[in-house]
Design a protein around this ligand. Structure first.
Ligand code: CA
Ligand code: CA
Ligand code: CA
Length: 257
């Protein structure tokens, strides 16, 4: 009886710890995507590694959009399919390593991408899911794509890279796993917001979340925040895949014996 009770308690704790994690996609293909601003047939697990959202306050660019992820042994690949016109900033916050930041702990007003990365809705402290502490941001705008490492207030965030490709309605970008601190087989947790250059927040997000049920937070000082996130599990190294396959083979042999 004690064992059963313990199991139920452990299951409840596990459930609580993952309550805000909406969707997990696991990369089972050794190949990555090709960063050519085109969504090709075999990329992103032939479309299986994709994530939808909610909200339509800015026209559905994010809320009706799709975030794609893929990986190989070296890189994380990001593909974003816009659900509407790209007039504002698609703001992807990535939690990939220990540590990280909250909205309340970041403040960089240097430009629109920096505002969106550190503030989302500028005048509200947007809550994140418990334990979700982003380390990096990717901003997709009609000018291109920018990649930042996040930093604590009062420091400006650190510019890492700019890609001038302005493709719509599909945008593609890639980041070395080593930069993110992700080992092959490790997790990338993320959410996507859609924010005006001025810091005027929309109610759109990937994944869907409570914020979708309210008006755009705009310049207001109240937001329900981004309390949900998705997870992409990168592909293990070929050696690890081989070992996993060998383990399955041995298990099958044991079952036959
Ligand atoms: Ca892959
Ligand atoms: Ca491609
Ligand atoms: Ca904010």
């Amino acid at each position: 009886m004690r064992v059963v009770t313990g199991f139920i308690v452990a299951a409840a704790l596990t459930s609580a710890a993952h309550a805000q994690l909406v969707d997990t996609r696991t990369d089972a293909t050794a190949a990555g995507a090709v960063r050519d601003q085109v969504l090709s047939a075999g990329e992103y697990g032939s479309g299986a590694y994709s994530y939808g959202g909610g909200g339509s306050g800015f026209g559905g660019t994010v809320g009706a959009g799709l975030m794609y992820m893929d990986s190989d042994a070296t890189n994380l690949y990001l593909g974003f399919q816009m659900g509407g016109g790209l007039n504002d900033l698609v703001t992807i916050l990535l939690d990939t390593r220990a540590g990280g930041y909250t909205d309340a702990g970041m403040n960089d007003n240097g430009d629109g991408g920096r505002r969106a990365s550190t503030q989302q809705s500028i005048n509200a402290d947007d809550a994140y899911a418990p334990g979700f502490l982003p380390d990096f941001s990717v901003i997709i705008g009609n000018f291109g794509t920018v990649f930042f490492q996040l930093e604590a207030d009062p420091n400006p965030i650190t510019f890492i890279d700019f890609d001038g490709a302005t493709s719509q309605p599909f945008r593609e970008y890639s980041i070395p796993l080593a930069t993110l601190g992700v080992s092959p087989g490790g997790n990338v947790d993320f959410f996507v917001a859609y924010i005006g250059d001025s810091g005027f927040g929309s109610n759109e997000s990937i994944p869907a979340g409570p914020i979708n049920g309210f008006d755009n937070p705009g310049f207001g000082d109240v937001s329900s925040g981004y309390t949900t996130f998705d997870r992409f599990t990168t592909v293990p190294t070929p050696g690890a895949i081989g070992l996993l396959g060998l383990g399955g083979l041995l298990a099958a042999r044991r079952r036959r014996a």
